[in-house]
Design a protein around this ligand. Structure first.
Ligand SMILES: Nc1ncnc2c1ncn2[C@@H]1O[C@H](COP(=O)(O)OP(=O)(O)OP(=O)(O)O)[C@@H](O)[C@H]1O
Ligand SMILES: Nc1ncnc2c1ncn2[C@@H]1O[C@H](COP(=O)(O)OP(=O)(O)OP(=O)(O)O)[C@@H](O)[C@H]1O
Ligand SMILES: [Mg+2]
Ligand SMILES: [Mg+2]
Lengths: 183, 164, 164, 183
């Protein structure tokens, strides 16, 4: 499968809703310093629950809400699309939710997988909510599904700005510990 | 436990050797400081760029260090293949020739059903991608996204000011 | 002791504000986490690039962080002016426009009787220097140095492949 | 004053003797990865005693000797030239050495200052030797002279590859300590 769309709403430097379509293969993202390129990568980490606020350069979760708009929430939705040769997407792993879906539900066919994360500022503090295919989910359920594709907090498929320098400067002990964790 | 470490080590070492040969035109491999006692050992990356002596990564030039570390990261990725890869400015230290080599590797890998989203300011990387998403800043620090499909357009526009 | 800290802090802050304004087209200043007790305080760099809010350096983009840190280093240098400055690839994270601004600043400073030796792979930096020393590798990893005086030559040769 | 010449002999990737002339103003150094640009900066740090072997990426001092040549020593000489508007170079600070020099000695006029450092592999380990204006010197004497120009191990006039990233990633406490040291 591949990412076919990212919708970024009021997150970091994206005031208002931005829809970015993506295609298979090799896409580059470019532009001036401070324009928002890394923030697009952050939106992926945020939505799929792959990091803490610190690795998105925010001191606390609510710092991720756009400063300019007056709104008190932000949201990112990522849609994955199944490739032709692939077996059905793991919506089947949602257990009885798929069993419960009707035969005409396109998601039972497993062509797309959609993950949404929203944070809201409330009087009792920040509230974080996850949705998978439109239904309220826990982070654990999302990690289960994505984990089967090796998309998880411990995986190396997202290399943030400066990570290469981190690998360069790593001590031999730290480098070996990486292998421990894979083993 | 020691056996499962050994298994993972050998697999990653194997990937690293293959990837390094393509990327850096030389030989590289992983080394344990204490092969008898791997779980208390340090691990370093050894490489010999063409024509030079075998060196540990700490002694290499800035660009050589980046390239060697990238080969290591790609080797780790191959043990857990994912549907997409996002790389944010991993080509910073590299000269033009090495950016080309890295971009060629991404082209190859992306043809094997993996999606690559690569943030880069470097022309040889952008030229080899299938499309570029342009990101700019509107007044007030608001991000504005445009899709740029025609590579020639991108390369001639504000992206034409660089050297390797 | 607290007084001599205060004196140094104010001097460096003064330089930082001036330099940042030229380099980054915005306001910047130094901040102590605990101004009452400076010797147990942390110090961070605050900056507001044009059109954006005041931010601490940890929250900025990669290029903004580099530019802000460079302004800080230049401010430190101004408290102890030296006959020569050697900068090795300090422009790594910067886009083409910011490399130009940095290069223009080096041009200005070098005209005030300071010698600048700047290692760089970036065209806007090389274009603005008075001369470039070319360094290449002969087979066997042996360094070979050539002087390249004519800027046009440099820019058209192997250095023409980049984008900001 | 400014650097007018650096002679690098058998140091790091310079097998054999290389003479590099320098001029006032703004000079760039460029070329492919691994060609030797940072090694030129290292030669300045080495010659003027501004760092340890680790910051020149060598595990021990003798790693700085070129691997390919069979020679057992390496040497770097840096020549500074006085600018017209400047008072005589601080060769006067060499105390009685200048007093002892003859009137026809050009260095008494103080137009150039030359520093040489040489390391040799001997049976009893590595030997390091410093010369100033051709006469054997101690590192302390060289630091005294250069220190008056703010060229010292603690100064910020040499920014090595990766130093900017170091400043970016510094903790607030470390950053404040820099000011302590200047104060
Ligand atoms: N909550 C927020 N509201 C508004 N703007 C924000 C918020 N969080 C971050 N930003 C802005 O986003 C900008 C950083 O964007 P980003 O890191 O994506 O830039 P970039 O394109 O990757 O730049 P570079 O090439 O320098 O790495 C910063 O200037 C910051 O001010
Ligand atoms: N003692 C030595 N003998 C021979 N070669 C050496 C020695 N020490 C270091 N080198 C070589 O010098 C090279 C590094 O040179 P240097 O760091 O100056 O490159 P660079 O031009 O700065 O490259 P980059 O653009 O990647 O930073 C390394 O490839 C290393 O093999
Ligand atoms: Mg970025
Ligand atoms: Mg270098």
């Amino acid at each position: 499968m591949h990412i076919c769309e990212i919708v970024i709403d009021n997150f970091k430097s994206f005031s208002g809703k931005t829809v970015i379509p993506f295609e298979k293969g090799f896409t580059t993202i470019s532009g001036p310093n401070g324009s928002g390129k890394s923030n697009i990568i952050d939106s992926i980490l945020f939505c799929l629950g792959l990091s803490t606020s610190r690795t998105m350069r925010a001191e606390k979760l609510t710092d991720l809400i756009n400063h300019h708009s007056q709104r008190k929430s932000c949201e990112v939705t990522i849609t994955f699309q199944r490739d032709e040769h692939e077996a059905a997407l793991p919506v089947g792993f949602l257990g009885d939710r798929v069993e419960g879906a009707s035969d005409s539900d396109p998601l039972t066919e497993g062509t797309t997988l959609q993950v949404t994360r929203k944070i809201k500022v409330t009087s009792s503090g920040p509230q974080s909510q996850y949705l998978m295919n439109g239904r309220s989910s826990t982070l654990t359920e999302i990690h289960d599904v994505l984990g089967r594709y090796h998309v998880s907090p411990g995986s190396f498929n997202v290399m943030m700005q400066g990570d290469v320098q981190g690998f360069v400067n790593m001590s031999p002990m730290e480098r070996r510990k990486i292998i421990d964790e894979i083993a | 436990k020691k056996a499962s470490f050994r298994k993972a080590f050998d697999e990653i070492d194997g990937h690293f050797r293959t990837i390094f040969e393509t990327l850096a035109d030389g030989d590289g491999h992983l080394t344990l400081s204490n092969p008898e006692d791997p779980l208390n050992s340090g691990m370093t990356l050894m490489a010999r760029p063409r024509g030079k002596k075998m060196q540990r990564i700490e002694a290499m030039s800035g660009g050589e260090k980046s390239l060697t570390s990238l080969a290591f990261v790609f080797a780790l990725q191959r043990t857990m293949p994912a549907p997409f890869y996002a790389l944010d400015e991993v080509d910073m230290n590299l000269d033009g020739i090495n950016v080309e080599k890295l971009a060629n590797m991404v082209v190859q890998e992306s043809q094997k059903a993996s999606q690559f989203l690569v943030v880069s300011l470097r022309k040889p990387m952008i030229e080899r991608s299938q499309r570029t998403i342009g990101v700019t800043q509107k007044p007030g620090g608001k991000t504005h996204v445009t899709g740029i499909r025609i590579r020639a357009e991108v390369v001639n526009h504000h992206l034409a000011d660089e050297i390797d």
